[in-house]
Design a protein around this ligand. Structure first.
Ligand SMILES: NC(=O)c1ccc[n+]([C@@H]2O[C@H](COP(=O)([O-])OP(=O)(O)OC[C@H]3O[C@@H](n4cnc5c(N)ncnc54)[C@H](O)[C@@H]3O)[C@@H](O)[C@H]2O)c1
Length: 555
């Protein structure tokens, strides 16, 4: 007897995976709806991969309309029916986004396109590709690191992408435009995708060249999620003249290129390189301040004030304090794809990359220093780190979003756990921290950062506390790890009262101004912060004042 398999959404809904006999029926459903949509003059677009990018890109395309307000595209979101991801298909077909978002436009747009305009559907069958005029590829291309803080020891994980490309080549018609949006190792479109698709077409007796193009996403899954896809500048390039003509036409029809003009580059490798350089530049900018942050801590300097003093110069206005490491899906991996491509796609042996890997390595390990600051602050209070109750405020990788991928907070939790502390976590945007709750299977067991630390088993039971009072009650240390708005206005009296007494306070992101730092010291707390060497001065002033008051009362 075959036991049916189920796929569970993050909120626990259970969906049975399709049985083999359901595939034909599903293809019939698609053929019927596509023939009606074609009769309405709409182009059929298959978006492959309904993740953070594909789900919202699919909705943006499905929402596109002509000057008279008539939809111009019909979109089929195609998600492979794996146990991990199948749930995205039935959920999207109900008009519910398969990604969480702080942008209210995401659920509105998906519901509108699925249930009102009826320009968006989702499917699990690869046969959908047979119906496509355009295929947009939004599957992942990960970079697997084999050690912590050494990106050189790693490799691009091309499996999902290469599989997708084969399937595309087996199914599309020769006139279909294939647009790769995935961030790839530079050279992939021409040297990996093109031969794979061409070979598949040849096997089917099709002699024409694949129409292949690349245009990377600059999506930010936060408050402006939709706008970051639709109302933002794009770069694109095709493998030949026809592919370039088609990709320009397509992007002009679905994205606001009037206000945000397209940049068309000569070759896909230039578009691919643009994405990797763009993100490596940002990663480098962030990593740059790490050494100055340590300098500041050891020499009585408040780096936050220093940065603000410098940023008044317009040439330096994008200087940015890195906080406890740089997370998100893209910045920690994209430079690695560049290094890997140089050797494994283009065949060079020498090491030309110095700054890009160094920046990634610094960013990947910066948060470990937070564990040291916590240890030292507790030591100054006469409390050992082992079995101390430590609360981390903020689980996501940046302020006011719920995305926890590769967040600095994850490493803080892992290192402190290794050092024997008991961890708690609070985040108003994150209901479940899957990197811990499902650390054996999410993102994939072999990717979990758990593998770089000891004693991590109990972290499966770590739950995000939504009630701040409960989270703070009885703690020995609190770590302000993310600049969520919610934490900016917390006053020291309230925090110490909720904790039930003084504790160690660690500021990772310049959340505390000098008055708050002073107040924490007055309340008997110990304060430390990334890049905040001046706290010692504030501490000495408070202690001196307390001593003077003590002497006066003795007199
Ligand atoms: N998330 C971001 O903020 C962001 C920003 C810019 C660029 N990007 C890039 O966009 C790409 C996609 O990122 P993401 O965040 O959406 O990834 P994701 O992991 O959330 O989504 C990828 C989806 O593709 C699906 N998939 C894999 N193989 C498939 C197949 N053969 N058929 C159908 N579906 C398949 C997966 O199941 C998953 O649902 C990556 O290259 C990423 O670097 C992401």
């Amino acid at each position: 007897m075959i036991v049916p398999s189920y796929s569970y959404s993050p909120t626990g809904e259970k969906f049975k995976l399709p049985e083999p006999e359901e595939y034909l029926k599903e293809f019939d459903r698609l053929k019927e709806v596509v023939s009606k949509q074609k009769a309405l003059g709409r182009e059929i677009v298959v978006v492959m991969g309904l993740g953070f990018v594909g789900a919202v890109m699919a909705a943006v395309v499905a929402d596109a309309q002509d000057g008279n307000g008539n939809p111009t595209k019909f979109v089929i979101g195609m998600q492979r029916p794996s146990i991990r991801s199948y749930w995205k298909t039935p959920l999207l077909n109900l008009g519910i986004p398969p990604v969480s978002s702080e942008d209210p436009e995401v659920p509105l747009m998906i519901n509108r396109c699925v249930n009102e305009k009826k320009t968006l559907t989702a499917t699990y069958t690869y046969d959908a590709l047979k119906l496509a005029d355009v295929v947009v590829v939004d599957v992942q291309c990960d970079y697997l690191k084999e050690s912590l803080g050494n990106v050189r020891e790693g490799q691009a994980d091309m499996k999902a992408l290469e599989e997708s490309l084969e399937i595309i080549g087996q199914n599309i018609s020769p006139e279909t435009l294939v647009l790769i949006e995935t961030t790839v190792a530079p050279g992939t479109t021409e040297q990996v995708a093109y031969p794979i698709i061409k070979k598949m077409l040849r096997k089917r007796g099709i002699e024409s060249d694949p129409l292949l193009a690349h245009s990377f996403e600059r999506v930010m899954p936060g408050k402006n999620y939709v706008a970051s896809i639709r109302d933002f500048w794009r770069v694109c390039s095709g493998v030949n003249e026809e592919a370039t003509r088609r990709v320009v036409k397509f992007l002009k029809e679905v994205i606001n290129t009037e206000k945000y003009p397209l940049t068309v580059l000569d070759r896909p490798i230039e578009s691919e390189t643009a994405k990797i350089v763009e993100n490596s530049f940002r990663a480098t900018l962030l990593a740059f301040l790490d050494e100055w942050s340590l300098f500041a801590e050891r020499n009585g300097v408040d780096l936050i004030k220093v940065i603000n003093a410098i940023k008044v110069r317009p040439t330096h206005s994008n200087m940015i304090f890195p906080g406890p490491g740089i997370g998100g899906y893209c910045l920690p991996k994209d430079g690695g794809l560049g290094l890997w491509a140089y050797r494994h796609i283009h065949g060079f042996e020498d090491e030309i990359f110095k700054i890009t890997p160094m920046a990634i390595d610094i960013n990947d390990t910066r948060s470990l220093h937070v564990a040291q600051l916590t240890r030292d602050a507790l030591r100054n209070m006469g409390r050992p780190i082992a079995s101390a109750e430590v609360l981390v405020l903020g689980a996501s990788y940046r302020e006011d979003v719920g995305d926890t991928r590769y967040s600095g907070s994850e490493l803080i939790v892992r290192r402190l756990t290794e050092m024997g502390a008991e961890l708690r976590v609070h985040d108003p945007y994150v209901p479940h921290w899957w990197e811990f709750e499902k650390q054996d299977e999410y993102p994939v067991s072999s990717h979990s950062l758990k593998r770089f630390f000891r004693g991590q088993e109990k972290l499966k039971d770590l739950r995000v506390e939504r009630d701040l009072q409960k989270a703070l009650n009885g703690i020995d240390a609190v770590i302000f790890a993310v600049r969520h708005k919610y934490y900016l206005n917390l006053n020291p009296e309230e925090v110490v009262k909720m904790a039930g007494g003084p504790m160690a306070v660690i500021d990772c992101f310049g959340l505390l101004d000098d008055n708050k730092i002073k107040r924490y010291f007055e309340l008997g707390c110990e304060v430390k912060g990334l890049g905040r060497g001046h706290v010692k001065r504030i501490k000495d002033q408070v202690r001196l004042k307390t001593q003077k008051v003590g002497l006066r009362t003795k007199d």
